[in-house]
Design a protein around this ligand. Sequence first.
Ligand SMILES: [Zn+2]
Length: 319
Amino acid sequence: MFNRSTKKITRFSDFLTGDYARDYINQDTPYDEQIERAAAIIRKADYVLIGAGAGMSTAAGAEYGGKFFAEHFAEFQKLYGKGPYMQDMYSAGFYPFPDQESKWGYWSHQALLAGADLDVTPLHKTLLETLKGKKLFLLSTNADHQFEKAGLPTEQIFQTQGSYNLIQCKRGCHPKTYNAVELFRQMERERKDGRIPSELVPKCPVCGGDMEMNLRVDNYFVEDENWHAAEERFCQFLSACKEGRTVLLELGVGFNTPSIIRFPFEKLTREHENVSLVRLSRSKAMVPVSLGERAVGINADMAQSITDISEKLRGWDKE
Ligand SMILES: [Zn+2]
């Protein structure tokens, strides 16, 4: 990609390479120095590729379990018992709902709370404000559209794992997705005892079969036209990055799906001298020691570290 020895990335699948690093360390530099280093790296950058994982939404204030779940999903806990499933929005999604009416009764509720009606964008806005003037692109495994809501243009976003706003054929019989937000709202209004009326159950317009959320959980995940257009823009951005200094800014990516952002980011940094890695995470910010000065890994409350980096940069701008 950035030099002749590396293959040009033209498909997202080409990007998904890299492996578990054998030389991870938690950098022991004092927090303030780390913030300063991260800010200095970002300041010099022409291109910033943000890689955002679940930790970004959590740091911004999104809640999925605990009190939040008990409060918003009491109806479903009462119906299905708390058991191993009805604990948080992740586990509950795997509940073996008895029929489509019950399944969409639950999922419409979750999709709205975690997607269309979620608004935790102040932290996202702070970050975008901080990166103003940089050539920017977002690679995200989140399905919640928070960067978009914070003002980042859709053309600069590749949300690879789907969207809480979209549904698809369960068997992926045709490569299309359907915006279901209004349907979800109707389901929400008409739900009784956890079930929606049968006439609201969506059916595939092509094969007539069941529909599913457009979230990557199995091999039937549909990559639609918009997905492929975003993939192409992402690859173009990567190849443009060779023109200048590039920062890979990784936010809240742990080890659940490290092959999508974490490992490829490490590989790009390893292979290209114009690339640096800034990794922010509450507790998973270890970086390969072999990346040397080009990697900063800050284990801290991410809302705090983003704010601190932002303030540091603003302070320098005033000087
Ligand atoms: Zn179908």
